[in-house]
Design a protein around this ligand. Structure first.
Ligand SMILES: [Zn+2]
Length: 254
């Protein structure tokens, strides 16, 4: 168990490094292949050992080896968080298909955090592969029957969000929900079903509320990212179904 957790953590840090790269570059419409990884300040090309997640940051003392500028903590944090999420997935579900779904959700969550907070974008390039991979895993869990029923639930939640968006846009006379949030909710419906899908919306809005109030107060910006909060909500609800069902049973006797 410990060895698997450690292994998944290390694999996760590499994926995290990659996710930070694609979230930043694709959001800015840059190529993810060229140029190779480099220092943003002096363009120093990173050698192989400067590309090792976490480790390279530590041996370089958090500075570029050439120009000594301080490296951003964003990559380090992304790598560590992704590593922890990967290991956590295995810790909860061990060798099972749920672990794969959790790894997909972790990956999506990490990239949505970067792209939506920094650029107010949920990237199709990340979202669509996540949806496709989830459908593949669903096939292994319950065959075409499960895929079909899941797709229907996904479409239903998608339509609910679409209606909220269109009404919201009209009422507030500006973009209320981003298209990314609507598309993301298709995945939520796919994985959670309709009832939990509604809980997902509610929980997402609830988590977003304090952030919304604080950011309105300080930044006075009209647009705020909603994707990260929806993502946390999706992740939490998917992660603790047994815990969640228990509460629902007590509350409304579902
Ligand atoms: Zn440099």
């Amino acid at each position: 168990m410990v060895i698997m957790l450690l292994l998944l953590f290390i694999v996760g840090t590499f994926f995290g490094s990659f996710y930070a790269c694609i979230a930043n570059r694709l959001s800015k419409n840059e190529s993810i292949i060229k140029p190779g990884s480099h220092c943003e300040n002096c363009n120093h090309r990173l050698t192989w050992y400067e590309l090792i997640p976490v480790f390279s940051f530590i041996i370089q003392g958090g500075k570029c080896r050439k120009c000594k500028i301080k490296l951003s903590y964003e990559y380090l944090v992304t790598e560590v968080v992704t590593g922890i999420l990967f290991a956590f997935s295995f810790y909860i579900y061990e060798f099972s298909y749920q672990t794969l779904i959790m790894i997909i959700l972790s990956s999506l969550m990490v990239t949505v955090f970067i792209s939506d907070f920094k650029y107010l974008i949920i990237l199709d390039e990340v979202l669509i592969p996540s949806i496709i991979l989830s459908i593949v895993v669903l096939y292994f869990i319950g065959g075409f029957e499960l895929i079909l029923s899941s797709l229907i639930r996904g479409v239903v939640l998608f339509i609910v969000l679409l209606i909220i968006k269109l009404l919201g846009d009209k009422v507030f006379k500006q973009e209320s929900l981003g298209w990314g949030d609507v598309k993301l909710s298709f995945l939520a419906g796919l994985l959670l079903g309709f009832k939990l899908g509604l809980v997902y919306l509610f929980l997402g809005a609830l988590i977003a509320l304090p952030y919304g109030i604080i950011s309105k107060h300080f930044k006075k910006e009209a647009l705020m990212p909603f994707g990260p909060f929806l993502m946390i909500s999706l992740y939490v609800i998917y992660t603790i179904p047994s815990w969640f069902n228990m509460i629902l049973q007590v509350l409304i006797g579902v």
